[in-house]
Design a protein around this ligand. Structure first.
Ligand code: ATP
Ligand code: MG
Length: 416
């Protein structure tokens, strides 16, 4: 089967070939196509130099021109076209000192991390596979291209990538690669946390994040890293339930809860990984909430209060987190736990839907109304009283009617 994107990609290869250059599909696209997995983007490698690529494709952008990458747009689809290259140096195990353009695809494939990522496919469907990538796909294993000790020493990020691909594809890590991975821990240290976070996030989003973290913990990959206090535990519980929550942020919060981190620890971890502000906030709040309480289906009033305090999305995530945590260490099927989480989320949605108000702006009175009605100087009592009115209206104990609310407020006085 050929999709529209693939057809457009073939036209890119064709135009390059017709101008006298070699051009191939490379990387994840080739791997995923051979596996019959869904494809998301298509990378192209060519012998043409970046200036030539830009000249051949008028609709192109020099996205990473220093590394030889040009983004070209053909028939509405974008492709990253990268000149065949090798990397020399790696003196700091982080950035190659120098990118050198080369003429042969085999040289370009040799710099790639794993055999299953080091295949190229031309537009006629011919596979270039100098390192046995197809055999490793069939054997379902992740193996470094060349000497694993050397390859990991060149770029420490590859250590985490090995685990990432193993869990994404449900492959084993080939024994020599696994041994080298443990021996090369120290090379992870200089790698930027943002890059590590991207890979860890992909592990967390995969169908079996628990397996990924067990591989990371078993190999003690992070033992020499700044992240060791979080990611090199001596012992850990069964992590299978990490696959229960839908959201990646919720899964991170669950990991924190399973490993017994406090809210502060979860926050410093999220900061250390340079997560987005939103993600930091999400993880921290969820951990804080989950450590306090995990209300069940019957706890209507508790959910109403949580919904007022944190909003619907956070509460749905909290429902997921609570069910998963309860399930930890229980030998129930994941499917069953996911169904239980879906039920609790439905329940929380239903509670939300029946609440007549969801925030102060829905309330029939505001601070000014209270000041006028009660005639006391402004102070913290106004906010307190508003929150109380909001809770009572949300829970159905008072109608959302201005007169009735002011009457209640007058009786209540300033709440002191
Ligand atoms: P995904 O499906 O996640 O995009 P991918 O295989 O395309 O998987 P990318 O991170 O997009 O992974 O990288 C594209 C290709 O570039 C890889 O398949 C690999 O050949 C090569 N590559 C990427 N990062 C490295 C690295 N750190 N060391 C060596 N080769 C790498
Ligand atoms: Mg990719």
């Amino acid at each position: 089967m050929q999709t529209e994107v693939e057809a457009a990609g073939r036209r890119v290869l064709q135009r390059l070939e017709e101008a006298g250059h070699a051009a191939y599909f490379v990387g994840g696209y080739v791997r995923d196509r051979l596996l019959g997995r869904p494809i998301h983007d298509i990378d192209i490698a060519t012998s043409a130099r970046p200036e030539t690529v830009m000249a051949l494709f008028p609709d192109s952008l020099p996205t990473g021109i220093r590394h030889g990458t040009v983004t070209v747009r053909v028939d509405g689809h974008a492709f990253e076209v990268t000149t065949f290259r090798v990397e020399r140096g790696y003196s700091d195990a982080r950035h190659p000192d120098e990118v050198v353009f080369v003429d042969r695809i085999e040289e370009d494939l040799a710099r790639r991390d794993f055999t299953v990522n080091a295949m190229a496919l031309d537009r006629r469907g011919r596979l270039v596979d100098p390192f046995g990538g197809r055999d490793d796909l069939a054997a379902r294993r992740i193996r470094c291209v060349g000497d694993p000790m050397r390859r990991f020493a060149e770029d420490g990020l590859r250590l985490v990538r090995a685990v990432r691909f193993a869990v994404q594809l449900d492959f084993a890590i080939e024994p020599q690669t696994w041994e080298a991975l443990q021996a090369c821990r120290a090379t992870l240290r200089p790698v930027a946390h943002e890059r590590i976070a991207d890979e860890l996030d992909k592990i967390m989003a995969s169908p079996n994040p628990g397996r990924g973290f067990v591989l990371l913990f078993d190999s003690r990959l992070f033992a020499a890293d700044d992240l060791a206090p979080y990611l090199a535990p001596e012992a850990w519980p069964d992590l299978t339930v990490l696959a229960v929550p839908e959201g990646v942020g919720t899964r991170w919060a669950l990991l924190a809860v399973l490993l017994g981190w406090t809210e502060q620890e979860a926050e410093s971890f999220a900061r250390a990984l340079r997560f987005s502000r939103e993600r930091i906030d999400e993880v921290t709040t969820l951990v804080g909430q989950a450590r306090q309480a995990c209300p069940g289906e019957g706890a209507t009033r508790h959910w109403q209060q949580l919904l007022l305090a944190h909003g619907l999305l956070r509460c749905l995530a909290l429902a997921d987190l609570c069910v998963a945590r309860e399930a930890a260490g229980r030998p129930n099927a994941l499917e069953q736990e996911r169904a239980a989480a879906a039920r609790l989320r439905e329940r929380v949605r239903a509670i939300y839907a029946t609440m007549p108000v969801h925030s102060l702006k829905d309330l029939a009175v505001d601070g000014r109304d209270l000041l006028e009605a009660i005639g006391r100087p402004p102070g913290p009592w106004v906010g307190r009283l508003l929150r109380e009115l909001l809770t009572r209206v949300a829970c159905g104990e008072l109608p959302n009617d201005k007169e009735r609310l002011l009457e209640y407020a007058r009786e209540r006085g300033d709440g002191t």
